[in-house]
Ligand binder design. Structure first.
Ligand SMILES: *Cc1c(COP(=O)(O)O)cnc(C)c1O
Length: 356
């Protein structure tokens, strides 16, 4: 029998969350961002829930091809663009839309013969200083892209560093408007946080990712439930052992947890090799038989321990929910000092995934 751990992907919740994005940006087309294997959900599992999107955004050519092979005939956007001239042949073959953020990419485009019209998102570095042309050089880059035979539509694009934080987006909006002034074309600016919190960024396209997966870009500060988002991934396992720990007994590697009174401790078939964060401390919330309790001691590679005090009915085989329905991934992430993004993306290949 396989280990009892599994991930369930909730197709209807993905569709619901896409709808939330649409309601926030009713006049924009939506790139559903499915990079990192749909934030760990599996492209093939997420696709049925997200197929009402206007396009799919991702990074890997291999993932782009997978989306095409699922039957998607609409736009597919490479968020980092292509890396080599041979990538361009695949972009051309599969009719992908590519980000262009550098002179090197422009050079490759100028020296490659395409067989069909290529749509481009020309990226400006409006202040994040990761990818893109500076506002000062943006117009020249656009002129150069436009002169390339085969380049068809050019969408003007940038990305925000602080749409989820106190600094906000104004400084980047100002840089973008300055660099893109008088440059014609549709605009594409907003990630999830900007889609939710900065309507002035919506423009022709929005590019939500994390919100589609039911996690809040502001974590617990603005909980996902308050945003009307539903969990799309439930990570579940079972108790595979139960220990009666005496007062003074310790649990797990490093003896990080000490029972101050006799207690029942359950051992769960889920560890950091499954993608559960090793840094999650004692006290991180978990559901046992639907009852909220806490993990105790250090997370090991294949197992972790839970306090069964509030769950007297717990037995070997009782269901344990690590995150998802009934326990928001953002709560677990906050306890581990990270974000829902990282937990979703880190679910290990060895964990079987079912869509429902
Ligand atoms: C990942 C990404 C997004 C989506 O970001 P979320 O914060 O997950 O909504 C949008 N645009 C670009 C360029 C990205 O890389």
């Amino acid at each position: 029998m396989p280990r009892p751990i599994k991930v369930s992907i909730h197709t209807a919740a993905l569709a619901h969350n896409l709808d939330v994005a649409r309601r926030h940006a009713p006049n924009a087309k939506v790139w559903a961002v499915v990079k990192a294997n749909a934030y760990g959900h599996g492209i093939e599992n997420a696709y049925p829930g997200l197929r009402d999107a206007d396009g799919f955004g991702l990074l890997d050519l291999e993932e782009a091809v997978r989306v095409r092979e699922l039957g998607w005939a609409g736009p597919i956007l490479l968020l980092e663009g292509f890396f080599t001239p041979s990538d361009l042949a695949i972009v051309d073959k599969y009719g992908l839309t590519t980000t262009v953020h550098s002179d090197d990419q422009l050079r490759m485009l100028e020296t490659t013969r395409l067989t069909k019209p290529l749509n481009v998102q020309l990226k400006m570095n409006s202040g994040m200083n990761r990818l893109g042309f500076s506002p000062e050089r943006y117009r020249a880059a656009w002129e150069r892209a436009r002169a390339i035979p085969g380049v068809s539509q050019i969408v003007l694009m940038t990305h925000f560093s602080d749409a989820d934080g106190p600094r906000g987006i104004e400084h980047q909006m100002e840089a973008f408007e300055r660099g893109a002034r008088d440059v014609p074309g549709e605009r594409s600016l907003a990630n999830s946080a900007a889609t939710l919190f900065h309507p002035q960024t919506h423009a022709a396209w929005v590019r939500p990712g994390i919100m589609l997966y039911g996690s809040s870009p502001k974590g617990l500060e603005v909980p996902a439930s308050e945003l009307g988002l539903q969990p799309t991934m439930t990570l579940e396992s079972e108790l595979i052992g139960i220990q009666e720990v005496p007062a003074g007994g310790t649990v797990g590697y490093g003896s990080l947890f000490t029972a101050d009174a006799p207690m029942r401790v359950g051992t769960v078939a889920c560890g950091y090799a499954d993608g559960y964060p090793r840094v999650a401390p004692s006290g991180t919330p978990v559901l046992v038989d639907g009852v909220r309790t806490r993990i105790v001691g250090r997370v090991s590679m294949d197992m972790l321990a839970v306090d069964l005090t509030p769950v007297p009915q717990a037995r070997v085989g009782t269901t344990v929910t690590l995150w998802g329905r009934g326990l928001g991934i953002d709560e677990v992430a906050a306890s581990a000092g990270t974000l829902g993004y990282e937990l979703m993306c880190a679910v290990a290949r060895r964990v079987p995934v079912h869509a429902n």
